[in-house]
Design a protein around this ligand. Structure first.
Ligand code: ZN
Length: 68
């Protein structure tokens, strides 16, 4: 299990990136929506989709959920 969040600010391509706790690119508190603890990045992305329609996994901490 790991703690995830999603960035409130979209990337230039319009996606909101999901990060795992401890990532070098973990957003600042004011720039993130906390998603809670999930057993996989896939479940974290599903949760993130309730906030933002267009989400993506961070290439660094969620490579299995990253779409380039
Ligand atoms: Zn990340």
């Amino acid at each position: 299990m790991a703690y995830y969040c999603v960035n409130k600010n979209a990337q230039p391509n319009g996606t909101h990136e999901v990060h795992k706790d401890g990532c070098n690119w973990y957003p600042e508190e004011k720039n993130r929506v906390d998603l809670g603890t999930h057993s996989s990045c896939k479940l974290a992305l599903e949760e993130a989709q309730e906030y933002f329609g267009n989400v993506n996994g961070c290439a660094y901490c969620c490579p299995t959920c990253h779409r380039s």
